[in-house]
Design a protein around this ligand. Structure first.
Ligand SMILES: Cc1ncc(COP(=O)(O)O)c(C=O)c1O
Length: 505
């Protein structure tokens, strides 16, 4: 074929092909099945440029410090309705009673709830997971309190009160047992012993500090008879921190063991079960986690393995037995035997997370922060007319963030009520479940105290207490002092002096 003929043939082929394509595109055969229309990608309308929000830091990247922790405390800026109908956020100065939740604590509990199963009783992956976490937290607690796991274990409780009652029910063997308490104690570390056996009490001095020599005197006078010395690590009335390792040494030298009420220390100061020498080691330590930013209930009793294994509480039920027959029961050992019934898993998980956050903030920073708030408040209060501040106001290094006070001419019930319902400041007023200590600090005799019917009556004497948390600020202290001044002026010129004149809210 010639070159020209080849070219003509090629051109014809191209023409034919093009015609076929064109006809295929423009016509549709009648019997062709319709094809579903393809989904169309939605078109996003053009949006005007918006400045990019800075990404919230990822949970795991947040480092909690004393300076940023307020941002992670739930409810600090939550407004509430005042008596006059206005809304205001509360200055919360009642942290010795209970503390608000930390956001990371709530998040941790929520996260764990996805895998929640029965503890120690189930045959399921969730049950296994929860049981593992539940038991691992025992080591978190021991680590937090510098307790050697070879020497100590811990069992979980609902609160300090629950723990001290369980402990007392286990340790007290007869009504004739002798327990030495002090007059600084909260009722939780007095009545569980008082109601079960004989108790004697070491006195406090004029400033309200425990008199160590009095503990020693009582131990000597009752040589070898005192079984337990029960003392608070920090007072909920004056904030005094007791040198419990010194007390431990004295107790051990006289054949006694020491039980420490740790309710007011755990969120405020580093606590160590170990002393500088083995004689100074603490035998039992009890605390609640709702006072350390995990309000799900919970807490623990840390104790010597040996002692806990040798006893069991008067608290019976499921989970603590190996086997029960018609007339026989064989029990498990410590710590399980102290935990009858289904445990409070949320409380345990929250407690561990609270411990992690508090450690991250650091107890040096926490205690330095509290000292600053204490000093600012005490200095401010001293400027106010007719003020009575309880405890030592000069040497305040051994006080956690608790300040109690009164005014000579003002009813404390009325003042605390006004603070709360008209000025949005939460304090506590009364005798703080430590009546004998409060009566002593107020100079009220036991005979006089016996004439009162109820500690919360408006005409029963009481103190006003401010207690600080890690998130309180110096600005709040200043604002509080200003509010107080205003109320005192109002009170002194008008009706607040008369306890009966206050409105019921
Ligand atoms: C020193 C002290 N011990 C014990 C308790 C009792 O704690 P809970 O109410 O958690 O049982 C408190 C509570 O305020 C306290 O301050």
């Amino acid at each position: 074929m010639s070159r020209t003929a080849k070219s003509i043939l090629c051109a014809l082929l191209v023409l034919l092909l093009s015609l076929q394509i064109l006809s295929g595109c423009s016509s549709k055969k009648e019997d062709e099945t319709p094809v579903d229309p393809q989904p169309v990608e939605p078109v996003t309308p053009d949006t005007p440029d918006t400045p990019e929000e800075p990404d919230d830091p990822k949970k795991e990247d947040i480092v909690y410090t004393i300076d940023n922790i307020r941002d992670y405390v739930i409810g600090v800026d939550e407004p509430m309705e005042m008596a006059d109908g206005t809304m205001a956020p509360i200055i919360n100065f009642d942290n010795a009673a209970t503390t608000p939740p930390l956001q990371p604590v709530m998040e941790k509990v929520d996260e764990e709830m996805k895998l929640y199963g029965s503890i120690g009783r189930g045959f399921s992956l969730k049950s296994d997971h929860s049981t593992d976490i539940y038991n691992e937290v025992r080591y978190t607690v021991l680590d937090f309190l510098n307790a050697d796991p070879d020497q100590y274990t811990c069992f979980y409780v609902n609160s300090t009160t629950d723990g001290l009652n369980k402990l007392a029910s286990a340790l007290v063997e007869s009504e004739d047992d002798l327990v030495l308490c002090t007059r600084i104690e909260h009722h939780a570390n007095d009545l569980p012993w008082r109601e079960r056996c004989k108790t004697i009490y070491a006195e406090v001095d004029e400033d309200g500090r425990v008199i160590y020599e009095d503990i020693e005197r009582l131990l000597k006078e009752n040589e070898g008879k005192v079984k337990y010395v029960c003392v608070t690590a920090a007072s909920n009335v004056t904030g005094y921190v007791t040198d419990v390792h010194r007390v431990a040494k004295m107790a051990h030298e006289h054949g006694a063991k020491i039980v420490v009420d740790g309710a007011q220390i755990v969120a405020h100061r580093q606590f160590s079960m170990a002393g500088e020498t083995p004689e100074e080691n603490i035998d039992f330590f009890v605390f609640s986690s709702h006072k350390m930013y995990s309000p799900y209930g919970g807490g623990a009793v840390v104790g010597n393995w040996e002692d806990l294994v040798a006893h069991m509480p008067e608290f019976y039920g499921g989970g603590i037995v190996k086997l029960v027959t018609d007339y026989d029961v064989s029990y498990k050992s410590a710590p399980e035997v102290y935990e009858a019934g289904s445990p409070n898993y949320a409380g345990v998980v929250g407690m561990a997370e609270a411990m992690r956050v508090l450690k991250e903030i650091g107890f040096d920073a926490i205690s330095e922060h509290e000292q600053r708030l204490n000093k600012r408040l005490i200095d401010g209060l001293k400027q106010l007319d007719k003020v009575i501040i309880y405890g030592d106001t000069e040497n305040i290094d051994d006080r956690v963030g608790v300040v109690t006070f009164n005014f000579e001419d003002i009813n404390s019930y009325v003042l605390a009520t006004q603070l709360s319902y008209t000025k949005a400041v939460a304090t506590r007023r009364g005798a703080f479940c430590a009546h004998p200590y409060v009566w002593r600090m107020m100079g009220i005799s036991d005979e006089q105290a016996q004439t009162y019917e109820n500690c919360v009556d408006r005409n029963t004497p009481g103190m006003i207490r401010v207690s600080f948390g890690i998130y309180n600020t110096e600005e709040e202290v200043d604002r509080f002092l200003e509010i107080l001044k205003g109320l005192l002026d109002e009170a002194r010129s008008a009706t607040l002096l008369d306890a009966e004149a206050i409105p019921e809210y």
